[in-house]
Write a protein that binds this ligand. Sequence first.
Ligand code: FES
Ligand code: FE2
Length: 430
Amino acid sequence: MSKPQPLLFYPNAAPDALAILRQALAAHQSGHALPRAFYKDPQIFELDMRHFLLAHWHCVGHSSMVARPGNFFTLELGGESVIITRDADGQIRALLNVCRHRGSRICDESQGHKANGKFVCPYHGWTYDCSGQLLYARGMQESFNPAEHSLRQLAVHVEEGMIFITLAREPLGLEHMRQVFAPAAKVYGWSHAKVAARKTYSIAANWKLVEENYQECYHCTPAHQEYSKRHTYSRPDALRQGPDQALRTRRQALGLNLHEQDFYYTTAHSGQESADCIASAMVDGFLTGSADGRAVAPLMGEFRGKGYDGGFSFIDLGPSSNFVAYPDYTLLYRTVPQTVDRTDFELIWLVDQDAIEGVDYALDRLTWMWDFTSKEDQRIIEVNQLGVNSAFFTPGPYAPMESCARLYIDWYLQAMRALVDDRTAAHVEQ
Ligand code: FES
Ligand SMILES: [Fe+2]
């Protein structure tokens, strides 16, 4: 078995779930925050997962996390446990962590190395290799064919060192991603990076509140004073003026080829995974996202030998994978919905792969900016959820500085409306 087999992952929605969704959609007022049901109702959460989030590509980490054959890590996505591993041929695989015998979870470690290249089910000992192939099933009938019992696999795509997986039956195309994401990833040197730190924040809130918060900086001035001192993005005119011209000129002078692409949450690239790359300037005196404005790690990618550009980039792919890239480090921000009112976000800090901890970078300096900011975000998102839970919550209008959050939510609503319309049409046809 060598070809990934994308899953059939669209169980029929329960009719009452669709009725709840239809009612919530009808209650939504354009340009306003979502009605409460979108943040509270477990049935809408199930529809979100099956018909929006899991239909997309998700970045799950960096290839250095499975640098050698036999290396692996596990993750949860949409209630499924997935093993990311590198097989004997060097190919990265995403294997469903469900034994093909009687369904036991095969691997319960978060990461590690299989020196013999084998995953052994703890229940009855069926043994698989790192490509998912069943090597051994003791005591089975003569007629048993191991080739028919390989682990199920998800589609995997590796772009400039970043690993993406999808549970979609028909994965979205990646042409648009190659035009926007890949050049930016090259400039920031992600194929020559390594993971310096990982941290997960467990947020007592619906995933949409987490993403809406990520997508807007209207909250930055009141909620993130340290971030706002360092990043011009928090200023009211940041979005209206578009990419900073002085930053653009500096980038051109450095010969950096970043394909700037404005916010992507539209239908412009139907059938394609969404990607964007947005430039933003640092405040004068700050080279990077650090406490004192000075470098926290060696320059990466095309910045090596050239120096700082006085800016950073937001690079986004699909609905859950957000990158904040500075010349000396990159932060991957993964939104991972768990339940209707609980969402993890995982932060992964990348530095150049030759950088040595304790010599070239110190973890506390590297992680300070976004650990600090994320703890502030955790607090404001959780109190947002508490307020939204109120029977008196009436969704108010988005501010101009929240235009990206609005675009994101419109994009989500488009998928939800299509779901209702499809089902309505199917019903009419019968
Ligand atoms: S459930 Fe895995 S070997 Fe039986
Ligand atoms: Fe924030």
